[in-house]
Write a protein of this length. Structure first.
Length: 310
């Protein structure tokens, strides 16, 4: 993240709320990221090093930051994203106003690969300006109102629900937010606090590999079996499971892993909200790999044949 880390650090130093320590975790980086960090002459920055282990995933670095932190309130920022100046002030104010919550999140903007910028919108969140406890996390979860670089969590919550899951490359943040949502209310403020850069280098979610079931799906299923999901949220929790399974099934189809995608889809039969998407993806798993290209070629051939006939 050599090209981006200076922007991230400067966005923290630009915060209106200045009583913080900035822990930068070097997860065995092999570019010039560490040298960039060392150019900042700022006593609030603490650089910690960790030997990179491929099987551990990026969340091991986050967990090191959490356990190293001296403060009782932990905010996250990926090296390729940035905070807006009022972000920490908003989150600390929310933590004082809604002390019962397990996580505090703000609205955020997204910069796409083409440089276009837009404000992320989430289902189940009242229109801006608004702040308060999210009415139903599982209803809004498919549209990701809680995003890591725009969220802070009290350290006591990690003591209760555990740290980020180690050994997963995708979905570990959703696993964490689901565990917190099952135990605590989640607070949200529509005021923009961060910028999510999808145009950055070496993004984990761009890695193309076969994918298994997300960890948060198992977390929710276990909670449903244990009866720890409130009755009025059980249908929304089931639909969130279905959404997650459909999302990862679609990624497996794109990678050519049709059998795995079909298994994921069969595990979430009965969805009402996403029934049309379920049938569309299931049909794709039954067609041979590369069928869109084959269909396009067949249409082209038919047009040529029709021209010859004329």
């Amino acid at each position: 993240k050599e090209r981006h880390v200076a922007r991230a650090i400067q966005s923290v130093l630009n915060q209106v709320f200045g009583d913080f320590e900035l822990i930068v975790v070097d997860d065995g980086s092999t570019d010039g990221s560490v040298e960039v960090v060392k150019t900042f002459d700022e006593p609030r920055i603490r650089l910690v090093h960790r030997e990179h282990v491929n099987s551990a995933g990026g969340h091991a670095a986050r967990n090191l930051g959490i356990t190293t932190a001296r403060a009782d309130f932990i905010a996250f920022l990926d090296a390729d994203d940035e905070w807006l100046p009022g972000h920490l002030a908003t989150l600390t104010r929310l933590s004082g106003k809604y002390p019962q919550c397990g996580a505090y999140a703000s609205g955020y903007a997204v910069v796409g690969p083409d440089g276009r910028r837009w404000v992320h919108a989430s289902d189940g969140i009242p229109a801006s300006p608004w702040e308060g406890v999210i009415p139903s996390y599982f209803r809004s979860a498919p549209t990701h109102p809680v995003w890591t670089s725009a969220t802070a969590v009290p350290k006591r919550v990690f003591d209760a629900v555990g740290l980020f899951p180690v050994g997963v490359s995708q979905g570990g943040d959703l696993d964490m937010w689901c565990r917190i949502a099952l135990a605590y209310p989640i607070c949200f403020c529509t005021r923009l606090g961060a910028v999510y850069h999808k145009d950055a280098d070496n993004r984990v979610c761009l890695l193309n590999r076969p994918l298994c079931e997300y960890g948060h799906v198992r977390v929710i299923r276990d909670a449903l079996r244990a009866g720890s999901v409130p009755p009025d949220q059980q249908r929304e929790a089931l639909e969130f499971i279905a959404f997650s399974q459909l999302e990862i099934a679609g990624r497996n189809i794109s990678a050519g892993h049709h059998r795995r995608a079909r298994q994921l889809l069969l595990s979430c039969r009965g969805t009402r909200k996403y029934a049309r998407g379920w049938w569309r993806l299931m049909l794709q798993t039954l067609l041979p790999p590369g069928w869109p290209a084959r269909l396009k070629a067949a249409r082209h051939t038919m047009r040529n044949l029709a021209g010859c006939h004329e």
